[in-house]
Structure formats: C-alpha cells, structure tokens
Design a protein around this ligand. Structure first.
Ligand SMILES: [Zn+2]
Length: 86
C-alpha cells in the first residue's frame, strides 16, 4: 500500500491553517471551499507539504478542474491573482 494513505495530524492542521487564511472560501470562484490543494506539488517539493503559503483553498468543483499545477498557474495568472511563489 502507498504510504500516502492516511494523513498525519500535522497535515490535518496544515489544511485547517490554509482554510482559515482563506476564510474557508474557494480562491478560484469565491464559494465555500472544503479542499486544500498544494500549489507546488508535494511530489516535486516534499519540503513544502505543510507550508501554508504553498496551500490554497478550493471548492470540490475547482479542485477537480484545476488538478495539475500547470493549469493552476495559468488560471491564476489569467485572473491576475497573485499566489506566493508563482
Ligand atoms: Zn471554486
């Protein structure tokens, strides 16, 4: 089984910190957001896994829509939304 299954407590609090910062709103569409997505993938940047500035709150729909980092960057740049580190 992959080791990623089941998130450690520090990861849960990381998600809550990101959601608090974004007022539980999707940063893409402004609706209520329940998902947290890494801006830089945890595969390429494992050290940023629990870095709040590398997280973004999204609703389920936007999360599914902007699944890859490349699409994210394109989307936020097209909306002139400035995300840390991009
Ligand atoms: Zn959304």
């Amino acid at each position: 089984m992959p080791r990623e299954i089941g998130n450690p407590p520090c990861y849960t609090s990381y998600r809550n910190l990101v959601k608090d910062r974004d007022n539980n709103k999707c940063r893409a569409c402004g609706r209520k957001g329940s998902m947290v997505k890494h801006i830089k993938s945890q595969k390429d940047y494992p050290e940023l896994r629990t870095e709040v500035s590398n997280g973004i709150t999204l609703c389920r729909e936007c999360y599914d829509k902007f699944f890859t980092v490349r699409r994210y960057i394109k989307f936020f740049k097209s909306k002139n939304i400035n995300i840390l580190g991009l």
